[in-house]
Design a protein around this ligand. Structure first.
Ligand code: BES
Ligand code: ZN
Ligand code: ZN
Length: 479
């Protein structure tokens, strides 16, 4: 889809449709005089009252050049979410065959509009050879007055949303088409195009280094593992010596291993690399938006399978940092690969760590599909992550990490067990990571409930959401 920002008056816009946001209990802007009787009729009939997700279409409007005039409900001004309203309108209008959509900004934030349009236009239908969903070909935001800040905000929104869609298409790849090595290739291609440094540690290198925890998970699969590393460095020496490490779980498929998962719904476990894909998407945006801080992404990529060499419950592995782990459940594999990546990130000089992982079913029990769970050993860093998430409309809820939960991970035969029992499962998983993080400021985001939509929303297609891409990028930009 082509996206642009133009400075024009409403009447002169040429498009299949021009959309305008209208609020509940608010009079329409005076510029819409040409449609006033239609709008009054709509409100009187109760067909359109300005509630969010509402849409009304007027064909052949008189007094403007566009073929259709579209009223988009914004809800109340206090709760208005322009990103969401744009995405909802795009999804509805592309279904009606609109190819070229103009959006009358009327003072709205061009960044949010760009994001909403691009995110709303995404369909995970890359493998449909027939009946592919309809999509917009051109989206044009219309502003009244010129401004460099406006242009830059629009451009930033496009970059963020395109990076998010890149992540969504990675997450949507089935495991036969996205093995750990293929994920590494995709990361490499992205890095080359974006001008970032790429490195991959292969199985031999990981053996030399002693990443026994990661390798234990990988050994059940015929597909070799990879530790994917992508580096961004500011062009001129940054003001800060901080170095942000983004770590993402990259399990390209999670069968559970010998502690195998039930067949029902297992197909969804292709999204167990959503954290890894999110940090790669963030790097793609970071390369273009150039924050003033060094950022390195680490994606431990493995397939959790049940081959003849698979690890067994009761196996004891030695992690890169030297601690031993008793693997009481092979399905708690995410934490096993993350700890070796975290130790490696620390050795690479990262001063702050943020990870994203589809880590536990327990976080879905706790928070459903609305909020991602956030765990931290450093309130200040969590504050930065929360602020970035809030500005991007991504929901995150602060979860506890009291010392008492740590005892859940005691093992009779090794330093730690990889599971903490039935209760508080998302917390013990986070504590497991924290045991390896030590004092480095760190935030862990458990995105098991928020990285995948089981049903389409008015503003987003079913499937991968691309959560964390925008938050991570903004975190680096705001640093
Ligand atoms: N990938 C899963 C977590 C998950 C569950 C992601 C549902 C998305 C949706 C993870 O590897 C896992 O299986 N965790 C286990 C941990 C348990 C064995 C302690 C879980 O949550 O059941
Ligand atoms: Zn698992
Ligand atoms: Zn998993």
């Amino acid at each position: 889809m082509e996206t642009k920002l133009a400075y024009q008056s409403l009447e002169k816009i040429e498009a299949d449709a021009v959309a305008v946001v209208l609020f509940e209990n608010e009079p329409a802007p005076t510029e819409l005089k040409f449609a006033s009787s239609w709008l009054e009729e709509l409100r009187a009939s109760g067909e359109f009252s300005g509630k969010s997700d509402e849409l009304a279409v007027l064909h052949q409007p008189q007094g403007i050049k566009a073929k259709r005039f579209v009223a988009v409900g914004g809800g109340t001004k206090e709760n208005f979410d322009l990103r969401r309203a744009t995405a909802t309108a795009v999804r509805a209008l592309k279904q009606k065959g609109v190819k070229k959509l103009a959006w009358w900004l009327n003072g709205g934030d061009p960044e949010a509009v760009a994001e909403g349009a691009i995110i709303g236009n995404f369909e995970p239908d890359q493998y449909k050879t027939a009946n592919q969903g309809k999509s917009l070909e051109e989206f044009c935001a219309i502003a009244a007055t010129n401004g460099r800040e406006f242009d830059r905000a629009f451009e930033r929104g496009c970059i963020l949303a395109e990076a998010q869609n890149f992540t969504r298409s990675l997450v949507n790849e089935p495991a036969n088409r996205l093995t750990p090595l293929i994920l590494a290739d995709r990361a490499k291609a992205m890095a080359r195009e974006a001008g970032l440094e790429f490195e991959m540690l292969d199985q031999d290198r990981m053996r030399q280094l002693g990443m026994g925890s990661l390798l234990g998970v990988a050994q059940g699969s015929a597909e070799p593992p990879a530790l994917i590393i992508v580096r961004y460095k500011p062009e001129t020496a940054p003001k800060t010596s901080d170095h942000l490490g983004l770590v993402g779980k990259g399990v390209t498929f999670d069968t559970g291993g010998v502690s195998i998962k039930p067949a029902d719904g297992m197909e969804k476990m292709k999204y167990d690399m959503a954290g890894g894909a999110a940090v790669l998407g963030a790097m793609k945006a970071i390369a273009k938006l150039k924050p003033d801080i060094a950022v390195t992404a680490f994606v431990p990529a493995v397939e959790n399978m049940v081959g003849g060499k698979a690890q067994r419950p009761g196996d004891i592995v030695k992690s890169l940092n030297g601690k031993t782990v008793e693997v009481l459940n092979t399905d708690a594999e995410g934490r096993l690969i993350l700890i070796d990546a975290i130790t490696y990130a620390q050795r690479q000089g990262c001063t702050h760590l943020v990870d994203a992982a589809t880590l536990t079913g327990a976080i879905v029990v706790a928070l459903g599909h609305v909020n991602a769970g956030a765990f931290t050993n450093n309130e200040a860093l969590l504050g930065k992550v929360m602020a970035a998430a809030r500005s991007e409309g991504e929901k995150i809820w602060h979860m506890p990490l009291d010392d008492e939960y740590k005892d859940l991970l005691k093992s009779a035969f090794a330093d730690l067990s990889n599971i903490g029992g039935r209760w508080g499962g998302a917390v013990s998983a986070a504590w497991f990571l924290r045991e390896f993080v030590g004092d480095t400021p760190w935030v862990h985001l458990d995105i098991a409930g928020t990285a995948w939509l089981d049903d389409a929303k008015p503003y987003m297609a079913k499937g991968p959401t691309g959560i964390c891409v925008r938050t991570f990028t903004k975190l680096a930009l705001n640093w």
